[in-house]
Design a protein around this ligand. Sequence first.
Ligand code: UGA
Length: 472
Amino acid sequence: MSLSSKIAVVGSGYVGLVAAVCFAEMGHDVICVDNDEKKVAALCGGEVPIHEDNLPELLQRYCNTRIRFMTNLAEATQASDAIFIAVGTPQSETGDADLSYVEAVASEIARSLDSYKVIVEKSTVPVYTNEWIRRVIERNGVPQHLFDVASNPEFLREGTAVEDFLHPDRIVVGANSERAARILQDIYSPLTSGAYYERRDRIPGRNSVAEPPALLLTSTKSAEIIKHASNAFLAMKISFINAVSNLCEAVDANVEQVAKGIGMDERIGPKFLRPGIGYGGSCFPKDVAAFRSVAEQMGLDFSLLAEVEKINNLQKKRFLSKVRSALWTLRGKRLAVLGLAFKGDTDDIRESPAIDMVRMLLAEGCSICAYDPAAMERARQVLPESLQMQYVSDAYTAADNADALLMLTDWPEFSRLDLDKINQALRYPIVVDGRNLYDPAAMASHGITYMSIGRPTVSPSRELASDGVDRL
Ligand code: UGA
C-alpha cells in the first residue's frame, strides 16, 4: 500500500489546480497556494474557475478535506514534503519564457524552509531553470542539505487534463539526487504500482492494473528538455500536415486520405495529423518560441522551429483567402462563425486561431455572428460586442441570413448539425470549414457548397464519387 505524502502546489491555474486535485485523488494531503485572494476564496467555496471534465466532481469530493486552498506560502511550505511550482511562465517580448513568477516563488519558499524539502518544477520552463531555482534558494541562505530541486513536467491537455494526469502515457521525473527521486516515486506510486486503477471510484481512462504508466527517471536538464521537445514535436507534426494539406489542395488530392495513409505507419502514428487553421492555445505557440530561443542562446540554429511557426501563421492567411474565394469580396458580408476557443471542449481562447480569424475578418469589413458553446464570455473581453461583432446562443441563429458559415473550432456538437436547417438558415448555402468536420459528400447532398482544408471543394451541382472527392 502506498503512503500518503504531504504536498504543496503553488499556483491554481490549469496545471496547478489539476495537479492539486489529482494528487488528492491519489490519496495525498494537498495544500494549493495562490496569491489571488479572490480566487482562493472561490476555490474554498467549491467554485471551479475553468471548464475541465471531472474537475468539479473531484474538487467537491476533496475540498477542505484532502485539499485545502490558502494564500500563505510559508505555512504551506512548512507543512509539506514536496512543493510543486506551477505558476505561469508567459512569453516575453523576445520569445523567451518570463520566469519572474517562478523566481519570486522560489525566493519565498527559501525564506520559510526549516527542514528538508524537494522543490519541483511543474510549470513548463526552459532548460537551466532548475539550476537557477537552486541558486536563488542558496542565495537566500538555505544550506544545500535542506533541499533538492527536481523537474516533473506535465503533459496534460486542456479539456481532458484530469484524465491525462491520472492516466498518463508516461511520468517524467528529473532528479539529481536519490532522495528527491524517491520522494517523487512515492508520490506517483498509486499510479505506477497500478493501485489507483483497482479502485472502483477511479476516473476511467487508458491505464489499468495490468498496464500502469511507466515513470522515466532522468537528469533535471533532460526532463526540462523533454517537455519543450514534446510540445515542439507535436506542433511540428501539425505544421507538417498543414503544409501537406496545401499541396493536396494544389493537386486535388485529399489530405484526410493522405494523413490516414501516413499515420498507418507505426513509426509515424495517426495522432496530431489533423489539418486545420493552425495550432493555438497557451502552450504550443509559447513553447515553440521558447525552445527556439533556448537553442539560439546556446548558439544553435534550430530554424526548423521557425518554419513550424511560419507555416502555422500562413495557415490562417490561407483560410482567409479561401473565404474570399468563396465570397469574392468581403467588405459588408455577414458571416456566421462557429467556434472561438482554440480547440473544442475548452473555454480557453488564448492564442486561439479562431479569434485571430475573426479579427482578420472584422478588419476586412465583415460583420460576424458568432457562437461557441463555452468560450463566448472570454471572447467578449477581447472582441467586444458591437454592430459588427455579435454573439448568439446556437449555431442556427448564427447561420440566420449569413452569406456563409465558417467552422473555426472542432467542438463535437459542430459535427452533428442539422444540415438542412443550416442550409435553410443561410442566405447562401456556403460552408467554409477550417477543421474538416464533415464528409464533403454529405455536405453536397444537403445542397451546400463546402470548402475545407486540403480537400477538393464540393458544390451540390457537381457529381461526386462515394468518397466525397470531386474529380471533375
Ligand atoms: C498541449 C499538449 O497536447 C499537451 O501534451 C501539453 O501538456 C500541453 O500542450 C501543455 O504544454 O500544457 P493543449 O494546448 O491543451 O495541450 O492542446 P492540444 O490538444 O495539444 O491542441 C493544441 C492546438 O493544436 C489546438 O489549437 C488544436 O486545435 C491544434 N491541433 C491539434 C491541430 O490543429 N491538429 C491536430 O492534429 C491536433
